[in-house]
Design a protein around this ligand. Sequence first.
Ligand SMILES: CC(=O)SCCNC(=O)CCNC(=O)[C@H](O)C(C)(C)COP(=O)(O)OP(=O)(O)OC[C@H]1O[C@@H](n2cnc3c(N)ncnc32)[C@H](O)[C@@H]1OP(=O)(O)O
Ligand SMILES: CC(C)C(=O)C(=O)O
Length: 556
Amino acid sequence: MRNVEKYVRGYFMPPETSLNWTRKEYITEAPIWCSVDLRDGNQALIVPMNLEEKLEYFKMLVEIGFKEIEVGFPAASETEFTFLRTLIEQELIPDDVTIQVLTQSREHIIRKTFESLKGAKKAVVHLYNSTSVAQREQVFRKSKQEIIDIAVNGAKLLKQCAEETEGNFQFQYSPESFTGTEIEFALDICNSVLDVWQPTAENPVIINLPATVSMSMPHVYASQIEYMSEHLNFREHVILSLHPHNDRGTGVADAELGMLAGAQRVEGTLFGNGERTGNVDIVTLALNMYSHGVDPKLNFENLPAIASVYERLTKMRVSERHPYGGELVFTAFSGSHQDAIAKGMKWREEKEPRHWSVPYLLIDPKDIGREYEGDIIRINSQSGKGGIGYVLQLKYGLDLPAKMRENFGYFVKNVSDQQQKELMPEEIYDIFMKEYVNISTPVEFIKYRSADDEGFQTVVTIRTGHEVKEMEGTGNGRLDAISNALQSGLGMNYTDLIYSEHALETGSKSQAVSYIGITASDGRIYWGCGIDVDIMTSSVKALFSAVNQFNRSARR
Ligand SMILES: CC(=O)SCCNC(=O)CCNC(=O)[C@H](O)C(C)(C)COP(=O)(O)OP(=O)(O)OC[C@H]1O[C@@H](n2cnc3c(N)ncnc32)[C@H](O)[C@@H]1OP(=O)(O)O
Ligand SMILES: CC(C)C(=O)C(=O)O
């Protein structure tokens, strides 16, 4: 890259921290979640949500279980203001949910914000101003002290307005662009605001440390968070909050390490909607926790339904590869993965139903409303016998013998390769039915008649073209006798009858399915399947299907 010299690292590593977070292994309890979908997410949309859309989205967030929801920037627009008024006046905010509103540290904006809050039983009022070197120099053109003054004046006005307005208000301060701010200065400005608000056990203050633009590797952000956590005044009455963005693709890692480093609260959005590359994705954070056996205290048991409401209201798309929510994130197309998943599912059923350990699947897709059928194994030319057999078994109850799976697997792969497309379960089933089941050309089975109960001597009637023939055979059982009759009558030669059968529930009826493989003199195995209400007839049909495969191949 020619212009690499243009870039210098713009973040600030803290002078010293205990690095205690490096010794913690995983997040042991859910943080306080705050959804900022309706504010940070909304401000990033091409067309921000209208009133009805915001109301529907709010309802969904409540159903998911969010107890803190930043509902907007009431001074931004008429829609934002009206949305807040509607929530309050129509009493749409459940008692256990606290709404949050964002305001710049400017007098008319703060006053308008409190005006919008009239009648609210409780709310978090979130004050922010930019603190980074770039913002101070380029945007505000102010000294450090002048930037502190903006924050402190805003903090004082918040306190005054809260006293003048009926309701229970909690304060939150964000040194916006924290990640580009000298850490000592960030500490200074937060402590100055805390000095104004004087948090207590009854009235704690939220200090929110945003990665407004993520600039460093996640361990640097974690060290910054730890430094702030270890040096903030009133720490026991401060709720330390994170607000990562995803510029470097590390929003989730930033949040996870930030929690290990002492943060108690996380602001983010569903599927990471938000400015530029988005806010941290709360779905991923929560389900990552879930995959470690920790209850995230949010309900994503029907994630596909949530994704579909999200897509409709935001007009954004959950990409196919998006963790947990994406269409393909539980899907294996490749043969060896499919084989391992199919075996893992069986292992789980038979040996370890309690704990999830299926290869390639971090969590059980069913836990978040996904289906095994059609979701985890899909078939194309990269697929293998394990996956193809699994699809037939799961959807159609057909449990092919291992060797037959292999034969059928190669057949299906070739079809997919030639057609250059994915094959749906119905297509795979159709291929199976057409190529292997009850095949009656060129040799059609009509009936058989045995001279004795065991069928050691059997006469079988067949039709080839317009000709009906009877053939006689002896063997160590009925099927063997029929097979021998066919071999001598048709002048065929094969050995090793491979046989398996099982019952098949179709609707309320039960049928028998038989699979037969016959080995030709060149070692090739030809397979057939028979389905019939009578088990013996199903085996005979399977044998005829295999014989017909053999015949067809010889003719080709
Ligand atoms: C990282 C974040 O997501 S922060 C949230 C950002 N979200 C939004 O901005 C969405 C909603 N915002 C808006 O609708 C509008 O910006 C409004 C209504 C809030 C303000 O609108 P306006 O006053 O017309 O314009 P604008 O936002 O451009 O104001 C810029 C001025 O505010 C100052 N300013 C910006 N942020 C802050 C702040 N947090 N505290 C104090 N002053 C601020 C700027 O320095 C600039 O000052 P200047 O006029 O002296 O140059
Ligand atoms: C207002 C703050 C928290 C913000 O949205 C950001 O810094 O990204």
